[in-house]
Every structure is written in C-alpha cells, then in structure tokens.
Design a protein around this ligand. Structure first.
Ligand SMILES: [Zn+2]
Ligand SMILES: [Zn+2]
Length: 243
C-alpha cells in the first residue's frame, strides 16, 4: 500500500501554498489587487474563526481538475483522485492542523465535519465524507456528519444560514470544517453559521484548494513567482509570508 508521501509526490509539482502578505486576503488568502481583504470576504459574514487553504487551485489546471474530477467522474479515475486527495489532506493535517487550532485558540479540534454539497441528492454520496470519515487517519475518528443540506432554496454562491441544518445540538465543541474548494467562501461561511447556531465553539476551516483564475489581474505573474515545488513543512499560518 503506497503511503501519503508517495501518493502526494506528484501533487507537490503543481500545488502552490498560500502565504500571508500584501495584496492577499487576510481571511481566505485570495490574491487581491492591493486590498487586505478580497471582495467576496469583505461582503460575507465571517462565521469562521479562521480559514487555512492547503493550496491554490487554478481554474482548468491539475489540482482544479482533481478537485472536480473526484466528484464528477466514476470508476477508477474518480477513485484515484479520491485516494490522492485524501493523501494530500492527511499529509497536510498531520503537520498543520495544530497551526489552525492555535489560530482559533484550541488545543485540538473536537469534531471534524465536512461542508455538504449544494445539491441534496448528490450530498447523499459525497466522496468528501469518504475522505474525511474513512480514508484520512488524522480525521476519521473525530468525523461526524454534523450538517445536512436543508430544504431551503439557496443560491449557490451566496451566504445563507438556512442552507444547512445541524444534525444535533453542540455543546461548545470546537469544529474543524473541511471542504474541497473555496471559491467565494459562501458555502463554508454558511456552514459555519449553522454550526454556531447549533452551539459550536471555535470553528476553523481547512480547504484543499483556494480557487484562482489565472487570467485575473496579476495572478499569472504572482503564481509564477511562487516556489516551483510545494513546501509541506510550512502552511499559511506557520510559514513566512510572500514579500
Ligand atoms: Zn477572501
Ligand atoms: Zn503550519
């Protein structure tokens, strides 16, 4: 059985680790044109205490392809992406879950949950729950399906605390919320708002890919200036910022 280092080796060549810095959103690490907070985050309620993206996910490129393919494809291709993304998450959390825990003021997250799919039917077989609840050793014992997609209609890219329903009340437990992709942050912030209403304590999010459009503003130049290989030893919270 291949280990996480082996399964993630190829990903190190196309993943790009977000870092704090100028013209970088202080919530989601989106690259901005000079502001310290991106347009989407400045308009959304901030229900999450902190967000830690593992990598940027550039539209149409390898990580983006894996992050959409593991849900969209069937058969061996989907299985391969699922196992590889699980290895990415496991390897990252092993070293950096504590960085996020520290940022939100807890020793360790008590419960690990995932952001449900926007589509109720699809959420019944969401492979992200297989990743977090079965494959990843760092999360499976703490995983719980805390959120369901509610029956309330909700536009996909907009914040709505009614979009999700909690499966049980929480007693100030800290929650690590996992999602595959962060685009506007509306889903993760909505999910965190639901957890807070249910009684959660600190809520932090780890997302595998923070979506970027390479054609936007100076993104191409900025992406090219990032290290060619992914540094697994640092994350956006424990490593030095971009100049
Ligand atoms: Zn942002
Ligand atoms: Zn770290």
């Amino acid at each position: 059985v291949p280990g996480v280092a082996e399964l993630t080796a190829g990903y190190g060549n196309f993943m790009a680790g977000p870092r704090c810095g100028e013209a970088t959103c202080d919530v989601c690490f989106n690259l901005t044109d000079g502001y310290g907070r991106c347009y989407a985050c400045s308009r959304l309620p901030s229900a999450l205490d902190a967000v830690l993206p593992i990598s940027y996910s550039v539209g149409g490129e390898q990580l983006h392809y894996a992050l959409s393919g593991y849900k969209r494809f069937a058969g061996p291709t989907a299985r391969r992406f699922t196992v590889e993304l699980a290895a990415v998450l496991w390897r990252f959390l092993r070293d950096h879950e504590r960085c996020l825990a520290k940022a939100v003021g807890v020793e360790r997250f008590a419960v690990v949950a995932t952001v449900p799919s926007s589509d109720r039917a699809r959420d019944e077989h969401h492979p992200l729950r297989t990743i977090v609840g079965t494959l990843v050793g760092a999360t499976r014992e703490r995983h719980e399906r805390l959120l369901l997609r509610s029956v309330a209609p909700a536009p996909e890219r907009e914040f709505s605390a009614a979009k999700y329903a909690a499966t049980r009340p929480l007693d100030q437990e800290s929650v690590l919320l996992i999602d595959d992709t962060w685009t506007t942050g509306a889903s993760a912030q909505s999910a965190a708002a639901t957890l807070r209403s249910a009684g959660a304590g600190s809520v932090g999010a780890v997302v595998i890919g923070r979506y970027l459009n390479r054609a936007w503003q100076r993104n191409d130049r900025r992406l090219r200036a990032m290290p060619a290989t992914y540094d697994w030893s640092g994350c956006a919270m424990c490593a030095g910022g971009h100049p």
